[in-house]
Ligand binder design. Structure first.
Ligand code: BEZ
Length: 211
């Protein structure tokens, strides 16, 4: 059955540009973004890997490790890394799994045969320190991802894991949040000392609680 939110992220051992990765052990107590690329030496993937390398500090601030995957051999990854540094102005600073045997791609359902028989689609999995899958997004090969959006979702996931709030449309760190409907008003008064606006019984807006 396909992987679903809340499932334990499948564990694996696979080669990478930073040596063999034992996935759960490598994640440790961090959050993790695992993302796949259709193929080495392709233009969109090259731009994505450069962009993620530049954002590594933003992920680190959020206690999140990033790891890429491509179904090509390790020697090709190393050659491609040189191109990434040369063309994107940022060296690969996180591991890129060499999934030539498709072990990880198959475990995570990253190959969608009706899109392409052999190449992975652009999958994004966000995994919590508890090793549970918190988010899955799938893009086609033709569309490069927006990693600012991935950071935005990570902010939301980390906030909503600790407070009884949800984040509204287009929310960004620092903006007002929604009190989850399961919290009665009396409890909301206690949990949200900054107060809240009660637009409807089910729509209560409060300042971001951890600021
Ligand atoms: C790319 O990364 O540029 C790409 C990869 C596979 C298909 C189309 C584009």
């Amino acid at each position: 059955m396909a992987l679903q939110l809340g499932d334990t992220a499948p564990d694996f051992t696979q080669d990478s540009t930073e040596g063999p990765i034992r996935f759960h052990e490598w994640i440790g107590n961090s959050w993790c973004v695992l993302f796949s690329h259709p193929k080495n030496f392709t233009p969109v993937c090259t731009t994505e890997l450069g962009a993620v390398a530049k954002l590594k500090g933003e992920f680190a601030k959020r206690n999140c490790k990033v790891i890429g995957l491509s179904v090509d051999p390790l020697a090709d990854h190393q050659a491609w890394a040189k191109d990434i540094e040369e063309t994107q102005g940022a060296a690969l600073n996180f591991p890129l799994l060499a999934d030539g045997d498709r072990k990880v791609s198959d475990l995570y359902g990253m190959i969608h045969p009706k899109a392409n028989d052999t190449l992975t689609v652009r999958s994004v999995f966000m995994i919590g320190p508890d090793k549970k899958v918190k988010l899955m997004i799938t893009y086609p090969a033709s569309t490069g991802r927006n990693f600012a959006e991935i950071l935005r979702v990570l902010d939301s996931l980390q906030l909503t894991a600790n407070y009884k709030v949800a984040t509204p449309v287009n929310w960004e760190h620092g903006q007002d949040c929604i009190i989850v409907p399961a919290v009665p008003d009396a409890e909301a008064d206690r949990l949200f000392p900054k107060g809240y606006k009660r637009l409807k019984p089910y729509l209560r807006v409060t300042p971001q609680p951890n600021l």
